[in-house]
Design a protein around this ligand. Sequence first.
Ligand code: URA
Length: 461
Amino acid sequence: MSYSAFAPPLAPLHMIDLIRKKRDGGTLNAREIGFLVAGAANESIPHDQLAAWLMAAWIRGLSLDEARTLTLAMRDSGDKFSPARLGKTAVDKHSTGGVGDKTSFLIAPLAAACGVAVPMISGRALGHTGGTLDKLEAIPGYRTALSLQEFEAVLMKCGASIISQTKSLVPADRVLYALRDRTGTVESPGLICASILSKKLAAGLDALVLDVKTGSGAFLRKREDSEYLAALMVATAEAAGTRTVALLTDMGQPLGRAAGNWIELIESVQLLRGQRPSESEDLRELSLILAGWMIHLGGQAATPEAGYARAEKALADGSALRAFFAMVEAQGGDVSVFDNPNFHKPGATKVVAAWESGFISSMDTTALGWAVQRTGAGREKAGEPVDPHAGIDFHARRGARIEKGQSIATLYATSPALLAEPEEILHQAIVFSPAPPQVVPLVSRIFTRETAEAHLRDVVR
Ligand code: URA
């Protein structure tokens, strides 16, 4: 007879006890976390109790063990995707969100063109940040809601596919994320780690590259919080068996020229076509760096630098552009619109001129993200439609010397009435100064498993 036959039965769990425990600074064990996640996924725990627990977790924080256990329990809360039949190493990238962050449209085809499979499950606009799915849906016909079978078929054919989270993939996150969005509990490293990684790990990835934003447009404003999040996610994903690196990258200004939906695709395709407008150089560079890491972790280059060189070649020889168009067509999108200059038809356009002379010394990028949202490119409430043609083209980068009257941005919306508030926000958010600002590096730190674990040992939380 086994020992368990004599073990006393486990006492039933009650959500109220888990709320009290977290509220009082306690640490939940694996059984308690499993109970909470199962109750979130099957909606047997009322939303008010989940919301109370989330607020307690936001205030008290999660221990490393709690964050790891929560991540794995959420990963296992629904269906999973297996890339095994693709016959290639599956690598994805995840960004913690930004303004004008459109690297996915470059790195997915770049990595695919270099022999890596990129099963990318993306999100919609959130708060002041844009959403990859909203942008892709600006392409007539593009379907983001594929079944996992269709996802696999596109990956087999094109090497890359970008879709939305399905209903059955990580259902616990769908419930918890919506509650966090409504209860001011998004900005918590442990909860962010579990939310992001549960979805990435459920996609069965072999490797993952994390782009963790820092600066005025990042969700976590303090640099040490971004570092902690980066290290936590790397250590958690590695412990779950997925090779992972995190790059801390600058979000102190919009990435590239465009922030919106269709206009971000146009900028991306320009780069995929080998053009190099000066306002898009940071976007091109960051995309090549991230793709370089993906190609390296995907086993197609000995180092990230060699991966960068391969990615640059795929940009130059047009293979990345072909991979992007193949993916768009395989998901029902009409690629002819990329050659139709009349496709972009915002109802109203306004050029914003500099209101003084000087160097652009700083940008409140979160405010700029809200300006983009107010043009109609983002949504006020979940479920609202977005305007595919709304957004802002930024013509001046941080550090640029500008003369009063010079055009610094172009706003697009469906009607002139929607342009006044974004223009006002730009006036508040962009600061001029007589001297140039300090140069901020695009990538300021890289965490691998070793450096992430060392960082977590150093930081007591
Ligand atoms: N993106 C996610 O998927 N989850 C978070 O918690 C934050 C950003």
